[in-house]
Design a protein. Structure first.
Length: 103
């Protein structure tokens, strides 16, 4: 993978990051769906405020089913909700970016 030699991949809690001039992909616990034990206290308001701030100095992509009104959906795709063969439930996976209010 010679084309990836200068890329740094990090897996961290977003509270521990202070990015500048980065491309950031966020995959938060989906709001309004079944939560796992480690995400029961996830603060969605704080998360979206952090993304707004990061978006001033970075490209930030957020994977979610829904986002606040000041975010724009740039991609969507229907996916299966479960890996179980008997569960045929579907959802729409979306990718959002923060809308620049100045433009």
């Amino acid at each position: 993978m010679p084309n990836l030699k200068d890329i740094i991949f990090e897996y961290k809690n977003y509270h521990d990051l202070h990015p500048v001039n980065a491309v950031i992909y966020c995959d938060p616990p989906y709001q309004g769906v079944k939560q796992y034990a480690n995400s029961l206290k996830f603060d969605y308001d704080e998360f979206w405020d952090t993304i707004r701030d990061w978006s001033k100095r970075n490209i930030v992509l957020i994977s979610e089913e829904n986002a606040p009104d000041d975010f724009k959906c740039i991609w969507n795709y229907e996916v299966s909700r479960s890996i179980k063969a008997t569960n045929k439930s579907k959802s729409i996976e979306k990718l959002f970016v923060y809308k620049d209010i100045k433009s």
